[in-house]
Design a protein around this ligand. Structure first.
Ligand code: UDP
Ligand code: MG
Length: 168
């Protein structure tokens, strides 16, 4: 057993179906700890980087529109990092197969996912599928200071002349 971290996203269909509480209850069965959480407005850049391994697939553009919330008119996802022994496998077991019709009916995707008429799997949640994917995804979605534990090495940088939004 190894301590792992994994990225979970509640996708736009999970949010419009009002499944957040339900999904979190199911995920709590894994007895892991949440080390980061936030609501994210998903840019095209973030979406394309998150799904870069699927670039070139016929469903890629629709997948990008899906995760950006354009299909569900909900421009957000909720992102979490969970940590604990064998976190990646434990979470993937609860989440279920990528294809909601092939997924175990008691899994989150089996219970709540659907396949669109154009063939995209609207499967309610994302969960990292390997330690390599988890590292890429956690670093993409979170800054080191947004996670309450140290997972990957960090470095300190001084940034000058950075324009940022502050409360007026
Ligand atoms: N996807 C799809 N059709 C496919 C494969 C993937 O619609 O044939 C979508 C689905 O929403 C999936 C996402 O693309 O969750 C990412 O695909 P991946 O193979 O990484 O599956 P996951 O890791 O999400 O189970
Ligand atoms: Mg994947």
């Amino acid at each position: 057993m190894a301590v792992q971290s994994t990225l979970i996203l509640i996708k736009p269909d999970g949010l419009v179906k009002s499944l957040t509480g339900n999904i979190l209850s199911r995920l709590s069965e894994a007895k892991l700890i949440i080390t980061a959480a936030k609501v994210v407005r998903v840019s095209r850049e973030l979406a394309e980087e998150h799904y870069s391994h699927l670039k070139g697939k016929p469903f890629f553009e629709e997948l990008i529109e899906y995760i950006m919330g354009e299909i569900h008119h909900s421009n957000r996802v909720v992102a979490f990092v969970y940590q604990g022994d064998d976190a990646i496998t434990k979470i993937r077991d609860i989440v279920g197969d990528t294809n909601p019709e092939a997924a175990n009916p008691v899994s989150i995707r089996g219970a709540y996912g659907r396949i669109t008429t154009t063939g995209v799997f609207e499967n309610v949640v994302h969960a990292s599928s390997s330690p390599e994917d988890a590292e890429k995804e956690i670093k993409l979605w979170f800054r080191p200071d947004e996670i309450v534990v140290d997972i990957y090495p960090t470095k300190e940088v001084v940034l000058n002349n950075i324009k940022t939004r502050v409360w007026a």
